[in-house]
Design a protein around this ligand. Structure first.
Ligand SMILES: [Zn+2]
Length: 334
């Protein structure tokens, strides 16, 4: 009841903000800025059509290549420009998002984690959640450097989900080798198997899908090969293998130049100056982060801000966030 009531209050406040002119005020205030939207999954998309209609009516959808031309070469960009980006390369983009984007003629850039497509495997963060949810264990002991908790109760779905969430975040903060060791032993510890093939809900795009989508105007960017946290890799060799490796794989498969990069997880702690140097030296024109905000003339093309959105978000919340409202500390990570 309390949740329902607070939800209702929030909804009402958002509607009031909108009808009192808050959304259009923000939109005008950031008129000259470029918004880059960050989507991930498209499981529940019943609001996505309203979102696309709103973008088409109130903004000017552009490509990331248009944004690169504006920032790097001073080419003009329309006011209230918005670019749609989608991280990771799940197949639900093709099945549910693309038909709507195509209907509204909204371009999009999809960032591919190329080992997912090459090996038909799934993201390591999804595998962690799967292991915990599939486990029959009542508790588990797992030590991760920097994580205070060692003993995890797994007696309910909530406890298993909570453990998975904390462990996922802890794994993002440790050296890559250590993360891989934990991932290796996780199924045995939890008595849960990780299917070699991802379940349909986590299936990645196939290369044939990528070629077909590219033919129909979707831009593809690189998002590393295995989705590691770049700041936790050791040495430039690993950085190059992940960053250049993913770029080359997409270019091999599509025959098109890959000009945009997306940092996994994308918070400032996940990105080092060395990683940015490798991105620049690899011939990318832009790279996007998970730091929220609107981009203005003079912005660094290798540290572009994005606005985290979800296809099932309440209409007024979506309108407000796209307009430029950024609550403190709100970062959508993947
Ligand atoms: Zn990602």
């Amino acid at each position: 009841m309390a949740t329902t009531l607070s939800g209702l209050v929030k909804k009402t406040a958002e509607a009031l903000f909108h009808y009192a002119g808050g959304t259009s005020f923000l939109r005008r205030r950031f008129d000259s800025g470029v918004r880059i939207l960050m989507y991930h999954r498209f499981r529940q998309t019943f609001r996505f059509e309203t979102q696309c209609a709103h973008l088409k009516k109130r903004y000017h959808p552009v490509t990331l290549t248009d944004v690169a031309g504006w920032l790097r070469d001073g080419k003009p960009i329309p006011p209230r420009a918005v670019a749609v980006t989608v991280d990771d390369g799940y197949r639900d983009f093709l099945e549910t998002a693309f038909p709507v984007l195509e209907k509204y003629q909204i371009p999009a850039t999809v960032f591919l984690t190329t080992d997912l497509l090459d090996r038909n495997t799934w993201l390591w963060v999804d595998q962690v959640v799967h292991c915990f949810l599939a486990s029959q264990a009542r508790a588990v002991t797992l030590r991760i450097t920097g994580c205070d908790q060692e003993r995890w109760k797994l007696e309910s779905g909530d406890q298993r989900m909570q453990a998975a969430t904390i462990i996922k975040e802890a794994l993002k903060k440790i050296p890559n080798e250590e993360r891989l060791e934990v991932l290796e032993k996780l199924p045995r510890l939890l008595g849960a198997e990780i299917p070699a093939q991802p379940p349909a809900s986590h299936a990645p795009l196939q290369w044939d899908d990528v070629r077909e989508l590219a033919r129909r105007g979707v831009e593809f960017g690189a998002h590393t090969r295995t989705h590691p946290i770049l700041s936790r890799l050791s040495g430039s060799g690993q950085l190059e293998a992940e960053i250049v490796g993913s770029k080359k794989r997409i270019e091999q498969e599509t025959g098109m130049s890959v000009e945009h990069f997306c940092y996994p997880n994308g918070t400032p702690a996940d990105i080092t100056p060395e990683a940015v140097e490798v991105v620049k030296a690899s011939g990318f024109l832009t790279s996007v982060t998970g730091t929220g905000g609107v981009n203005f003339a003079g912005a660094d093309p290798y540290a572009l801000r994005r606005i985290a959105v979800e296809p099932d978000r309440e209409d007024f919340t979506f309108f407000r966030h796209v307009a430029g409202y950024e609550p403190a500390g709100r970062l959508q990570r993947r």
